[in-house]
Design a protein around this ligand. Structure first.
Ligand SMILES: [Zn+2]
Length: 488
């Protein structure tokens, strides 16, 4: 019997773990078995590996073959185990020297023609790979190299890789970057005419990382404003960029040319999106969901009232803890899920009635509509602003709104000064007295007081003030006035 062991890694959520692919070839009836908790994609590996080996002009063992994936307790998903299985077979069959594969990890999907194909999650896989280095599809080298640098090698085909491992060829040259990848142009706030309150709300939300709910009829610019909020956020720090890129890579979202993503992500799942696509999960490898893809960026939920209650309830954990735990057989996987929540909703079923009696919706219908947003969820929003359709005069004016670049500079300066969650300007006595009077009058809960205080400090930081004054506290109160529309 011949035996080989090859290092690899498998993805679970946004992280990966090391796996050893053990191949035993023995005399007996020809057959091919994979054991050790493989998922369907891994079980189908046999057909891809066989076709790739034969089309590369290499021999397929007509003997009894058992592939054992260790450790046995870890579920193995995806097609990235094709390559280590093929390499293990070739070592066990005496086609490759075990000395040439020792200390290397192999990850890659095989095409039937012997090509090496992209697998998602290269950044995480590279983290879990063996110390000496890893071998991946040539197209994935730059992405894996984000964490492993020069220890990553690549090949375009199985035949090419075998030639290198036999010492007959050098490692192929790694494709060069196609140049700096620029984020697609983000929409600019200068496109928004009028809407002073809405513009101010996205600025304050971006500066203080305050969750924002916009309530208004269709055409009031809720979506336009949300899309422009993303452009006000500062660029990602290197650590944030690696986290964001790792999650996108694990989710199979395109990571442009092996570069780190530089801009905060903006995710806008539709209300008909499945819970799994929202929170993550699904296959055994557990794909990160929208809440994780939005990490260090914005999650925009348009038509908040149309989302299923279960989806809205699932947001509570990420909003409280910045992570989401997805349960599955054999345990729980934790994904990062720390995002700025921006949501928009119509005030009533027909969308027109910002205030009761302003439209034909009955009081009962309005109440039913609003009950979809639970009180605990509503409490998560620091800013709740009512929006109406812009004045026709404003729409017709040629006067562009203040551009995003200018607002983003104020946001960056405010963040540097300390906003919302971090130490920032303290409330003056009369500002504190104003909020205390609202609390006594029942217009604020204790939690609401805490939130409005944080918003007041952000407003002060945006103004470059040392203290949060009465005027700053008043504005903070006006930025939650939309609650009256939603709760009434
Ligand atoms: Zn209505």
């Amino acid at each position: 019997m011949q035996h080989a062991a090859v290092n690899s890694a498998v993805l679970t959520g946004a992280t990966a773990s090391a796996v050893s692919v053990e191949v035993h070839v023995s005399n007996g009836l020809p057959g091919f078995t994979i054991v050790g908790l493989p998922d369907a994609a891994v079980r189908e590996s046999r057909d891809r590996v066989r076709a790739a080996i034969l089309s590369s002009g290499l021999p397929w063992p007509l003997r009894r073959t058992v592939v054992n994936l260790a450790p046995s307790g870890v579920r193995k998903g995806g097609a990235g185990l094709d390559l280590p299985i093929a390499v293990g077979l070739l070592v066990a069959a005496g086609e490759l020297s075990p000395a040439r594969t020792e200390g290397l990890s192999f990850c890659g999907e095989l095409g039937l023609n012997g090509s090496l194909r992209h697998v998602p999650g290269m950044i995480a896989l590279a983290d879990a790979a063996a110390p000496l280095g890893m071998v991946v599809p040539l197209c994935d080298v730059r992405e894996a190299a984000l964490v492993r640098g020069a220890a990553v090698r690549g090949a375009a085909t199985l035949g090419e890789l075998v030639a290198v491992l036999r010492g007959q060829a050098n490692w192929p040259t790694i494709p060069r970057s196609r140049g700096t990848v620029h984020a697609p142009d983000e929409p600019n706030l200068s496109d928004v005419r009028g809407q002073a309150l809405g513009r101010r709300a996205v600025e304050v939300a971006a500066a203080g990382r305050h969750h924002l709910l916009m309530v208004g009829p269709p055409g009031s610019g809720k979506t336009m404003l949300a899309e422009r909020l993303a452009g006000l956020l500062p660029p990602l720090t290197p650590a944030e960029a690696l986290t964001v890129t790792r999650i996108h890579s694990a989710a199979g979202c395109a990571v442009p040319d092996g570069e780190l993503l530089e801009r905060p992500p903006f995710r806008a799942p539709h209300h008909q999106a499945s819970i799994v696509s929202l929170v993550g999960g699904g296959s055994w490898s557990l794909r990160p969901g929208e809440v994780s893809l939005a990490t260090n960026g914005t999650l925009f939920l348009d038509e908040l009232g149309e989302f299923p209650v279960a989806a809205l309830e699932a947001l509570r954990q990420p909003l409280e803890e910045g992570v989401i735990r997805v349960s599955r057989a054999g345990g729980t996987v934790t994904f990062p899920a720390a995002f700025l929540l921006v949501a928009a909703m119509n005030p009533c079923p027909c969308g027109e009635g910002v205030y009761e009696g302003a439209c034909g919706c009955s009081v009962a219908a309005r109440a039913r509509y609003r009950r979809r947003i639970s009180a605990p969820l509503l409490d998560r929003f620091d800013l709740v602003v009512p929006l109406s359709r812009p004045d026709p005069d404003e729409l017709l004016s040629d006067e562009p709104g203040e551009p995003s670049e200018v607002v983003a500079r104020r946001v960056a300066a405010a963040r540097a000064a300390g906003t919302g969650h971090r130490a920032g300007p303290e409330l003056t006595e009369d500002a504190a007295a104003l909020l205390a009077s609202k609390l006594r009058a029942g217009g604020l809960s204790a939690r609401g007081l805490h939130k409005v205080t944080r918003v007041a400090r952000t407003v002060a930081a945006l103004a470059g003030a040392d203290v949060a004054s009465f005027a700053h506290a008043s504005e903070a109160l006006s930025l939650r006035a939309g609650r009256a529309v939603v709760v009434s």
